[in-house]
Design a protein around this ligand. Structure first.
Ligand code: SF4
Length: 208
């Protein structure tokens, strides 16, 4: 099966999925958007009000901001695949529950198998926890990690930066560095990461 067809099949399965209680509150499921040959996969948290109405990820203010962030990385939305850790809207935009995250992880696994992205950008702590369960986003945002042969770059969620403007410079800087990670190889042990505030020199981060 062609990857495009496989993604369509996943989207069709999501639209009728009843694996967790979120199917009761969804208007439209939001499986994700983007080309099957995307090199970058962005994973957010879950659909919000507008996404639930339109069936597309990252529409509204956070979506506009994400487009600006992608431009900093020299990327257009049409070049990347965007999805969420849960594909149906949690009522009232509450956090997804552990059982909902667990139920929906099967669908994300299927998308990962089809897409084989070079870089996975996690947006927010729920998405980061899927790959780096014990990490703190404030400590490792923008720092790439190899996890099971995949490069993971944890970043703040764009909506978080809209609500807390002090996060915005970090998020913009992290996106600006994305192009260099696209060329890293799985065997590569070191990637130069920018200095943290208060330090003088750039440091070398070991990837694992
Ligand atoms: Fe199915 Fe995921 Fe929607 Fe739950 S959130 S009903 S697991 S598609």
């Amino acid at each position: 099966m062609q990857p495009e067809d496989a993604l369509r099949e996943v989207a069709q399965a999501v639209s009728v999925c009843t694996r967790c209680a979120l199917h009761f509150s969804r208007k439209r499921s939001v499986p994700g958007d983007g080309p099957a040959d995307a090199q970058v996969l962005l994973i957010g948290e879950g659909p919000g009000f507008h996404e639930n109405e339109q069936g597309r990820p990252f529409v509204g203010q956070a979506g506009k901001f994400l487009d600006e962030l992608l431009a900093l990385a020299g990327l257009k939305r049409a070049e990347v695949f965007i999805t969420n850790v849960v594909k149906c809207r949690p009522p009232g935009n509450r956090d997804p529950l552990p059982e909902e995250l667990s139920a929906c992880s099967v669908i994300l696994d299927q998308q990962l198998e089809i897409l084989h992205p070079r870089v996975i950008v996690t947006l927010g702590r729920f998405s980061m926890a899927r790959f780096l369960p014990n990490a703190r986003i404030s400590e490792i945002h923008g720092q790439p990690r190899w996890v099971e042969g995949r490069m993971i770059v944890p970043m703040y969620h764009p909506a978080a930066a809209l609500h807390q403007p002090k996060l915005r410079p970090d998020l913009e800087a992290d996106f600006s560095r994305l192009p260099e990670y696209l060329h890293a190889q799985p065997g590569q042990q070191k990637v130069t990461v920018p200095p943290k505030k208060g330090t003088e020199a750039e440091t070398q981060l070991s990837l694992f």
